[in-house]
Design a protein around this ligand. Sequence first.
Ligand SMILES: Cc1cc2nc3c(=O)[nH]c(=O)nc-3n(C[C@H](O)[C@H](O)[C@H](O)COP(=O)(O)OP(=O)(O)OC[C@H]3O[C@@H](n4cnc5c(N)ncnc54)[C@H](O)[C@@H]3O)c2cc1C
Length: 265
Amino acid sequence: MKPVAFDYERPASLEDAIALLSGAGARVLAGGQSLGPMLNLRLAQPELLVDITYIPELKTAERQGDGLWLGACVTHAEIEDGAVPDVTNGALAFVAGGIAYRAVRNRGTVGGSLAHADPAADWVTCLSALGADAVIAGPSGERRVPVSEFLSGAFETALEVGEILRGVWIPTLSSAASWGYYKFCRKAGDFAEAIGAVLQDPERGIVRTVLGATNARPIVIDGAYGDESVRASIDSQGGDMDAYDRQVHFVTAKRAAMIAGVRVA
Ligand SMILES: Cc1cc2nc3c(=O)[nH]c(=O)nc-3n(C[C@H](O)[C@H](O)[C@H](O)COP(=O)(O)OP(=O)(O)OC[C@H]3O[C@@H](n4cnc5c(N)ncnc54)[C@H](O)[C@@H]3O)c2cc1C
């Protein structure tokens, strides 16, 4: 199948992109790795595609305050290749390298991944564990939402009509920080059946466990890792997970904790 006919615009500034998105039937195009198939299957039938990948500020990656600013259109491959400053002791590059395969990583973007809001995608879980904020721009200005709250459900986000995810801000880890990321999938590069992400940053007093590839937004557990608290969180927030899913998520989180060097009980 082929897409329905649509118009295409390539704005050079964020302001122009936001203005174009105010029209009915307009939709953002980033790397096209998820939107492309949706267009071809006619699951998406926009009247106008607004290609944001030529907006310079959305391609920037730089240290900002005590953290890293990552524009929405930075690609997975750029992160994998170390083209962005490393404030996470290697976590971002490691996670990027496990996304799909190189052709997808060359075009797929951080912003597109978050905005597409597939609960099984990697960035939403990784960035929730790192305590990142999503920065959203729209006709009425800019606002910040923790990435852990950016998904309102599967394939649903905090973005309002006409808004663009401008980028993410990621706090710098201390040199003593350790992390573990464990992705359970059938073969390398697949979407995950379960993801565990654990961050331990003693200098900032943070221990955080995140369970991803749930049926909705990731499950975030702040405080010391404990088998019982992980199981209790899966029971209370795991939605309609069956017994197999619950066990896979539990084991995945535990492996991430062991990789992070967190004491597991
Ligand atoms: C074969 C295959 C395997 C994959 N495997 C994995 C995997 O293992 N792990 C993983 O995490 N991902 C995986 N992906 C997803 C991929 O990593 C892309 O990140 C993802 O498809 C979307 O990014 P994109 O830049 O291509 O966005 P697009 O496809 O261009 O857009 C996706 C959606 O987000 C919207 N959008 C895009 N950017 C913005 C923005 N800045 N503001 C507001 N809305 C926006 C679009 O309107 C659209 O609705 C896979 C994809 C494919 C095709």
